[in-house]
Design a protein around this ligand. Structure first.
Ligand code: DX5
Ligand code: ZN
Length: 227
C-alpha cells in the first residue's frame, strides 16, 4: 500500500529576509510540509539556520515542520528542536554513533522519526532500524548546499528501500532530498519516494503556485498508475 505523495519545499533556497512570507506563499501554493535544513559547518561544509528560526516559523504556518539535521551529535539538540516546533526529525546515520538510540530518543518525544543516508551510504544502514522509524530520507545530492544536480543512483536506492519495506510489511515514508525538479519528480515517486523535497526547484520559480501545481500533476500521474 502506497501513501499519497507529499511535497516539501526546502526553505534553504528561500529569501531569508522575508522567510515568513515565503513560507506563507508556499503554504498557499499547496505545499504539504516545510522542509527545514539545519547545518553545523562540521557534518557538512556549510552553516544554515537553527532553533530560534524554527520557533519563529512555528507561529507563521500550520504545516508540519520537517527538520533535517545535518549536524554532528544530533542527540544533543533533539529536545530543543522538538520544543521549537519540529513535527518530524531526520538524523543522519553517518552522524550518529548509535543511530538506533538516537531514533528512539526522537520517538520518545512523540515526533516523527527519520534516518537519513548520504549518497555514498548504503540505504541498509537505515533499513536495519526501520522498526524504530517513521521515515527514511535518501539524499540525492551531497548534503550542504541547495541547487545541485540530482544523482541518478538515488533512484536505485529508492527502489531497493521501497521493495525491502514492502517485503517486510512496513509502510514507512521515504523522502527524497536534492535536485528534485518538475522534470524528475515523477521518476523519484515512481521509484518509491512519497515525500518529495524541492528547494531551488520551487524557490527559483517566478510563480511558486505554478511550479507546485506542475509538480502535483506529475505526482498525480504516478499515484494513478500505482493505484
Ligand atoms: C541539501 C539539503 C536540501 C536542499 C535541497 O543539503 O538537505 O534539502 O535544500 O535543495 P535543492 O532542491 O535545490 O537540491
Ligand atoms: Zn534537506
Amino acid at each position: 500500500m502506497r501513501r499519497p505523495c507529499k511535497l516539501a519545499p526546502s526553505i534553504l533556497s528561500a529569501d531569508f529576509a522575508r522567510l515568513g512570507e515565503e513560507v506563507r506563499t508556499v503554504e498557499a501554493a499547496g505545499a504539504d510540509l516545510i522542509h527545514f535544513d539545519v547545518m553545523d559547518g562540521h557534518f557538512v561544509p556549510n552553516i544554515s539556520i537553527g532553533i530560534p528560526v524554527l520557533q519563529s516559523l512555528r507561529a507563521v504556518t500550520k504545516l508540519p515542520l520537517d527538520v533535517h539535521l545535518m549536524i554532528e551529535h544530533p542527540e544533543r539538540y533533539i529536545e530543543a528542536f522538538v520544543k521549537a516546533g519540529a513535527d518530524s526529525i531526520s538524523v543522519h546515520v553517518e552522524a550518529c554513533d548509535d543511530v538506533l538510540a538516537v531514533a528512539r530518543l526522537v520517538r520518545g518525544f512523540g515526533v516523527r522519526t527519520s534516518a537519513a543516508v548520504n549518497p555514498e551510504t548504503d540505504v541498509r544502514e537505515a533499513l536495519r532500524i526501520a522498526d524504530a522509524l517513521d521515515m527514511i530520507l535518501v539524499m540525492s545530492v551531497h548534503p550542504g548546499f541547495g541547487g545541485q544536480e540530482f544523482i541518478p543512483s538515488a533512484l536505485d536506492k529508492l527502489r531497493y528501500a521501497r521493495d525491502e519495506l514492502d517485503r517486510r510489511g512496513l509502510n514507512l515514508d521515504i523522502e527524497i532530498d536534492g535536485g528534485i525538479k518538475v522534470d524528475n519528480i515523477a521518476a523519484a515517486a515512481a521509484a518509491g519516494a512519497n515525500v518529495l523535497v524541492s528547494g531551488s526547484g520551487i524557490f527559483s520559480a517566478l510563480s511558486y503556485a505554478g511550479v507546485v501545481s506542475q509538480m502535483r500533476q506529475r505526482l498525480a500521474a504516478v499515484e494513478l498508475l500505482a493505484s
